[in-house]
Design a binder for this molecule. Sequence first.
Ligand code: NAP
Length: 369
Amino acid sequence: MVFSLTMATPSVDFSCFSASNETLLSSSPFKTLKLPLFWPWQKVKMGPLTVSPMGFGTWAWGNQLLWGYQEAMDSELQRTFNLAVENGINLFDTADSYGTGRLNGQSEKLLGKFIREFQGQKQVKDKILIATKFAAYPWRLTPGQFVNACKSSLQRMEIEQIGIGQLHWSTANYAPLQELALWDGLVAMYDKGLVQAVGVSNYGPKQLVKIYDYLKARGVPLCSAQVQFSLLSMGEDQMEIKNICDSLGVRLISYSPLGLGMLTGKYSPSNLPRGPRGLLFRQIIPGLDPLLNSLKKIAQRRKKTMPQVAINWCICKGTIPIPGVRTVKQAEENLGALGWRLSSDELLQLEYAALESPRKMIQNIFQTR
Ligand SMILES: NC(=O)c1ccc[n+]([C@@H]2O[C@H](COP(=O)([O-])OP(=O)(O)OC[C@H]3O[C@@H](n4cnc5c(N)ncnc54)[C@H](OP(=O)(O)O)[C@@H]3O)[C@@H](O)[C@H]2O)c1
């Protein structure tokens, strides 16, 4: 529905659409129809895949320890998923390790269920791509065991093929032999057609080039490299990774683009989230004033919100951000990061403010050199 309506109303200026702008046309025969929050046909290439310029992350969907997940949240998560897909998002990031304790795998299970139960157009549903990550657990020692991990993810989601099968982290620093077995596992799952494309996560610049060459020699293109990348995580290594990705034709997927929520502006030293995130934020937020002020100023001038500006920065850097979303409201707001671009001056202002802020995100301990 949404697609045909927007195609028929090209004169509407969508560039000003954000979550805060209600998306109903008030004075037209289409009164009761909802417009999408951005141009849903805007897509980018990632290897053989065609994806929305932003995906959504689902780490929180099943994680009690860090994100306070409860099963009672599932209906909200399903509405969040539906809203995203109806508005053109076709990329969802998950992992076989997402979900704590007995809920291990919950994020994949929920995604599978939400795809099955999606009521919208079949052609929209068919374009949904799951990027999952297979953990480099110490007991996954052979290519066959890694392929079995992929088969288990497929079973949990009850889908036939994974969009991107990603190696969650490199074991090069502590178990180099295991690393080769995992790489061969990626090759095997690609050759068997279990995944449409192959990606890595938490690979530093050197290791990224190595795996790229290794896969290439076996006829497997490396499609994506997922790393922590945001205004809070744009150090030398991350920029080097970005440059390498550009030169190799690999897409950088930026995870934690909102700094786990710190860049939304809603947290402060006197308003911290519960649990381990609160402990981390307590260390970082007091040094974030220059960056948060710059985000706020640009957001106000643009009639956008701080999360929208933070996500748009990732897009303008040529990456595909995958902000984590837990509610319909967050998804609506984050969709407003699409359909417009920060100017080069604004990008510089934000980056300068980030450099001025003394504290940064702690780098993922699993990221290699
Ligand atoms: N490869 C890896 O090792 C790795 C590591 C980390 C993440 N990831 C992936 O990247 C995804 C995103 O990263 P992330 O979840 O760590 O962090 P993030 O995207 O930086 O932050 C997400 C959190 O910010 C808050 N939020 C999101 N949109 C908001 C909005 N519009 N207004 C206010 N608050 C908002 C929500 O938490 P609250 O509501 O609780 O504030 C949300 O869970 C993950 O879900 C996962 O798929 C991958």
